[in-house]
Design a protein around this ligand. Structure first.
Ligand code: SF4
Ligand code: SF4
Length: 380
């Protein structure tokens, strides 16, 4: 259709104004490439990598074109064809392969933030997957998650030092086989400890568990059963599916049934940003708001675009295009202020880090907090 509605919502286009940086332009470039009218130059590759995978264009597109899927498929095809990755992505992949996290922090220190009793896994139906960003960049929130679960009397385990990356960073850059290997290793660990439900404070990990890991289970061929017939579902008896929840979904349940009783008042106007991974990609919109509403004194205000229409914070470009990532975040910060917010709450460690950069870029003082930290503050 080439209607251009995607130009109104694409955070990268809104910063750059370049047609090659929006869904419509990207699709046209790929069409020209498929028809043999365009070389796969480094410039074309870099435009493909300048997409946030935020999926905002799908929501606004009258045809429902899944441009995010087109972009991810293109990255996979480029990777499989041996096209070298842009430098920041190549380095990220090397760090992840070497140390099992995209930051290149020491593998052996992944569980260093955990109290001793949580560093070794044990059999339990409920597993807390901290994720790379919480383990290395924001374990302050990780420690609060542990304390909240303890206050609610939850029985849970963590993989601790044995935890590995969910695979999202390498899946995004096109390394499908590497992400599958990551998934297989993690699934083997979950089976070992009888995990039935995984909770995570990381929105990126949640998206992976809900889609990429579930897809693995779905695609296992039907197994023969003892009576000679095919297994009634496509689930392998060796790979029981697990439920994946954001920790805030569990906390919302716990606040609703009285296991958590937020008491300390927080009289602030707070705008909650629906991050792309927890929102559009995982369908979780109400639980973070329910947790905030359970805190006495909180007055929720909304960004101009929220829930399914929410705009990305720019975080996925932090490593490869930090200036643009900060500009996009600054725009979100200004929107929150215009909506009358005194504070921005998030449910994703990437949003947290990048929005802080955005506030610096915008030159404004506004508190940015994880919803978990606000709940924790109210419970103490
Ligand atoms: S991708 Fe969708 S919204 Fe964008 S120009 Fe094409 S039809 Fe319009
Ligand atoms: S997924 Fe997001 S960044 Fe990529 S083209 Fe669509 S709106 Fe733009």
């Amino acid at each position: 259709m080439k209607c251009g509605h995607c130009r109104e919502v694409c955070p990268v286009f809104l910063e750059t104004g370049h047609e090659a940086m929006v869904a419509r332009g990207r699709v046209q470039l790929l069409k020209a490439f498929l028809e043999g009218n365009l070389e796969l130059t480094d410039g074309l590759r870099d435009r493909i990598f300048a997409c946030l995978n935020c999926d905002a264009c799908r929501i606004t597109c009258p045809c429902g074109i899944e441009v995010n899927e087109v972009i991810l498929a293109t990255r996979r095809a480029m990777f499989e064809a041996g096209k070298p990755l842009p430098d920041p992505h190549r380095q990220l992949r090397e760090r992840l392969y070497g140390e099992q996290n995209p930051f290149g922090q020491k593998r052996a220190e992944r569980g260093a933030w955990l109290p001793e009793k949580y560093r070794m896994p044990r059999c339990a139906p409920l597993l807390l997957h901290a994720g790379c960003a919480i383990s290395y960049a924001n374990n302050r929130v990780g420690k609060m998650v542990l304390q909240i679960l303890e206050m609610a009397g939850a029985d849970f385990t963590l993989l601790g030092d044995a935890e590995e990356c969910c695979g999202d960073p390498i899946l995004r850059l096109g390394d499908l086989d590497g992400a599958k290997r990551q998934r297989e290793r993690n699934l083997a660990e979950y089976r070992k400890y009888g995990v039935e439900t995984i909770i995570t404070p990381c929105a990126g990990c949640l998206k992976m568990f809900k889609h990429f890991y579930a897809e693995r289970v779905d695609k296992v061929p039907a197994q023969d059963t003892a009576d000679g017939g095919a297994h009634p579902s496509s689930f392998s008896p060796h790979l029981p599916p697990f439920r994946a929840l954001h920790t805030l979904e569990l906390f919302a349940e716990m606040a609703a049934d009285g296991r958590l009783k937020p008491q300390k008042s927080l009289p602030k106007r707070i705008a909650y940003l629906d991050g792309c991974d927890i929102g559009r990609h995982s369908g979780v919109y109400e639980a973070p708001r329910a947790v905030l509403r359970a805190i006495p004194g909180v007055h929720l205000v909304e960004f101009p675009a929220h829930h399914e229409s929410s705009r990305c914070c720019g975080g996925p470009l932090m490593a490869s295009a930090p200036e643009m990532a900060a500009d996009i975040a600054a725009r979100r910060v200004r929107e929150a202020l215009e909506a009358g917010a005194e504070m921005i709450a998030v449910a994703c460690p990437t949003c947290f880090i990048n929005l802080k950069e955005g506030a610096n870029r915008a030159g404004v003082k506004i508190e940015i907090q994880d919803v978990t930290a606000l709940l924790h503050r109210s419970l103490k």
